[in-house]
Ligand binder design. Structure first.
Ligand code: F6R
Length: 633
């Protein structure tokens, strides 16, 4: 292990258009130069990574055996204005731009984080699941922590490895540390004891190396490196890397075997690089949903516990949100009812004051769901409920947002910045968090059997794979469907039970980015009015998972078909009966519990809206008249 040898025996190959599958959340960068100053290069690279996160920023460099650190909360330009991020000595350094998941966006939580001795600095992208346990253990050994982040434990674990064996090399100590970690990470570490090296490691979070004449680099993503060099190396899960200014070495963490890897030449434009080779952010964000869902499975247990305790104690629970987040609330009301036997009331935020403003009281709980945490209608509803002493719980993607400040307890959906205006990964991540909350509450209330709970939990763990499978097997079919139905003037989206929420969300996506009028409602409502709109050839999309609603929805399909509608179904594999009545169908994998079905079933609808917009020549990332965060009422 002490015998690290450096090698650069890689074959040069030309690769066009590689795609990196992962979710955006924090950006890391490292730079080690033969001569010159690293800080301005790190600063510029972080600017190019800002789309991955932008609530805090920091850099660390080493010069003449001393560690220099500048960091603060705020956007990079704001922090640079205050601290001059370029003015740091040394030809080696690391940097980080943050999207908070553990700990609020405060200066002390900004990366880099250091050990007790202030000799080791680390930047990290990912979520360490077992950090509380490690932190406690290290605190008992005398380590003191400056931040509330999961990352800081890594710096102290490395320090602890050195304490046990002072003759260790930095790479050995990092190796010992990462072996303790559960969760996802891409890290870059520097130490004053070995000021000529950066050590990196990766598990589930992206990491690449950049190779140039002037030095070597590591980064979360291609845009950071692109203007410096087009020669990159991908680092894979379970690998550890040592960089000097001239050479690099990749080893497998498991057995320390040396890895040789081809150099890739990237021919992307900077714009393509930010979208990781995808033509639009929306498609990139649809495709990164599996990774986002994996992140949601790493929530901090005690927040789920605390929230479920509040829900359990309440006399009435309102689920309050707008748009897509409201659809997640609607689906959640079925989850809470089916799993925890708790009645909850999904309310569109702009209606909350009129509908419940007078009755909401100290025994009420409002669970507000907002990706941005800033939506004016949602915040207004929450403020009205607060004035009447209701308990406020929040689910958001942005720690530090208004919603997190006014919630008694909040939880982060952990899906990283969403740039496309249409919410996609937001919806599925919210659903996963809400399902976990419903399960936690079910446990507390003892309403479903342990076997059923274990079954659903196991299925939830598999949901990321299911989502990837749906994308990989159905995307092309959906694209062709969009071509076929490009000129349809009206669509129906119909579901029953929890699939009603899926139907509403499918309709919203199609309307907002492809500008096609569409109706959505629980399929049972057809005969109470809307079916009169059906005439020959009107496409009706039915969401038909094989749950308790299947028989009834089959009846609704027949009603529509008899009146000339063109039937498109989202159907479970092997459900030949439903398929036999459909003009077109998209198949989804078997065995998805009804409470989780909106997660995979919404994917073809997101793709359908996306390809409809593309077919019609619209930019799906920038729908007319809409803004990502609606901060006016
Ligand atoms: C639709 C969409 C909007 C938002 C809504 C709420 O694709 O993005 O409907 O869901 O404006 O936004 P948040 O969740 O930020 O409160």
């Amino acid at each position: 292990m002490n015998n690290w040898k450096f090698c650069l025996k890689n074959v040069l190959t030309e690769i066009r258009g590689i795609k990196v599958k992962e979710n955006s959340m924090c950006g890391i960068f490292g730079c080690i130069l033969k001569t010159g100053t690293a800080a301005p290069i790190i600063h510029q690279a972080l600017k190019r990574l800002e789309y991955r996160g932008y609530d805090s920023v920091g850099e660390a460099t080493i010069h003449e055996g001393k560690l220099f650190i500048k960091k603060d909360s705020g956007k990079i330009d704001e922090v640079h204005k205050l601290h001059n991020l370029d003015d740091m000595p040394g030809s080696i350094g690391i940097g980080h731009t943050r999207w908070a998941t553990h700990g609020a966006p405060l200066k002390e939580n900004a990366h880099p984080h250091v050990d007790c001795g202030g000799q080791i600095a680390i930047v990290h992208n990912g979520v360490i699941e077992n950090f509380s346990q490690i932190k406690l253990e290290l605190e008992n050994k005398g380590h003191t922590f400056q931040s509330k982040t999961d990352t800081e434990v890594i710096a102290h674990l490395i320090e602890e490895a050195f304490k046990k064996n002072s003759s260790l090399r930095l790479a050995d100590a990092v190796l010992e540390a990462v072996k303790r970690l559960e969760g996802s990470y891409a890290i870059a570490v520097i130490s004053t004891n070995e000021p000529d090296k950066i050590v990196c490691a990766r598990n589930e979070s992206p990491l690449i190396l950049g190779l140039a004449e002037e030095g070597l680099y590591c980064a979360s993503d291609i845009p950071a490196i692109l203007p410096i060099t087009r020669r990159i190396i991908n680092v894979d899960d379970g690998e550890l890397v040592i960089l000097t200014a001239e050479e690099f070495e990749i080893r497998k963490i498991a057995d320390l075997s040396i890895v040789t890897r081809e150099i890739k030449i990237i021919d992307w434009t900077p714009e393509m690089a930010v979208k990781q080779g995808y033509p639009h952010f929306m498609l990139k964000e649809i495709r990164e949903q599996a990774a986002c869902l994996r992140n949601t499975l790493r929530l901090q247990e005690h927040y789920l516990d605390l929230m479920s305790t509040f829900l359990d104690r309440s006399k009435e629970v309102f689920l309050v949100a707008c748009g897509t987040s409201y659809h997640a609330c609607l689906a959640a009301s079925y989850m809470f009812s089916k799993l925890a036997y708790l009645a909850t009331y999904p309310v569109i935020a702009s209606e909350f004051v009129e509908q419940h403003g007078k009755s909401v009281n100290i025994d009420s709980t409002v669970l507000a769901v907002s990706q941005s945490g800033e939506t004016a209608d949602t915040i207004a509803a929450v403020n009205a409920a607060r004035l009447r002493a209701a308990t406020i719980l929040g689910l958001t993607n942005v720690i530090g947002s208004t919603l997190t400040r006014i919630s008694r307890v909040y939880i982060c959906q952990q899906s990283g910045p969403e740039i496309g205006v249409a919410a996609t990964k937001t919806f599925t991540s919210q659903l996963s968090v809400l399902a976990q909350l419903a399960l936690r509450l079910a446990k507390k209330r003892g309403k479903i059997s342990q076997d059923e709970m274990d079954y659903i939990e196991a299925k939830l763990k598999k949901i990321p794979e299911v989502v990837d499978l749906v994308i990989n097997t159905q995307e092309e079919k959906v694209r062709l469907l969009a071509r076929k139905y490009r000129d349809a003037k009206l669509f129906f989206f119909l579901g029953r039970g929890i699939s009603t929420a899926t139907a509403y969300e499918g309709r919203l996506k199609l309307m907002e980015i492809a500008y096609v009028p569409a109706l959505a409602f629980p399929a049972g409502e057809s005969k109470h009015g809307p079916i009169s709109l059906i005439e020959k050839g009107v496409p009706a999309i039915f969401i038909c998972p094989k749950d308790d609603t299947r028989k009834a929805i089959l009846g609704n399909i027949m009603e529509m078909k008899a009146r000339g509608a063109t039937i498109i179904t989202l159907v479970e594999e092997g459900d030949n009966e439903i398929k036999s009545f459909a003009d077109d169908y998209i198949e989804l994998p078997k065995g998805i519990p009804d409470v989780l079905s909106p997660i995979p079933y919404v994917i073809p609808l997101q793709l359908f809206a996306y390809y409809m917009a593309v077919e019609k020549g619209y930019d799906p990332d920038k729908p007319r008249n809409l803004a990502k965060s609606v901060t006016v009422q």
